[in-house]
Design a protein around this ligand. Structure first.
Ligand code: NI
Length: 143
């Protein structure tokens, strides 16, 4: 059996739970069917587990909002990012208003490096919002 071969299996689920799951699929996933939704859940569960392994490769995005007037924040953000040129695939910077900037970094690297970068950036004073979201595409992480 190959990794991409589909395998059927049956699981027992309380009727009410399954009904809520089907309603959620209908509401949030458009034309996805139940099998695809369950596959997504399995994948994200495995990804979450693998992300805890520092040497696993992960992809993700880091979103930050910060006040570019705050001290030397802009320079410090730059300094740190220059230590992670292998991990930062792309950046998007939006000047939101007179004070605030939105910055989104597309990241790819080992879990250790990606999380370390996010921790260092989000620890800086003046960063008012920050969130790291990691994911995997089909094919990466052997999924
Ligand atoms: Ni800006």
């Amino acid at each position: 059996m190959q990794d991409n071969d589909l395998v059927r299996f049956s699981i027992a689920v309380p009727a009410g739970l399954l009904r809520q799951f089907d309603e959620q699929i209908e509401r949030t996933r458009g034309d996805r069917n139940r099998s695809e939704a369950v596959r997504d859940l399995i994948r994200s569960s495995i990804v979450r587990e693998k992300l805890r392994t520092p040497e696993e490769e992960v992809i993700g995005s880091l979103t930050m909002i910060y006040d570019h007037h705050a001290g030397d924040l802009t320079r410090r953000l730059d300094d740190i990012q220059h230590d992670y040129t292998d991990e930062i695939v792309s950046t998007l910077h939006v000047h939101l208003d007179h004070h605030n900037c939105l910055e989104i970094l597309a990241l790819r690297g080992t879990g250790e490096r990606v999380y370390e970068l996010a921790d260092r950036l989000l620890a800086l004073k003046g960063v008012s919002h920050g969130e790291l979201t990691c994911a995997a595409t089909e094919g990466s992480l052997g999924l």
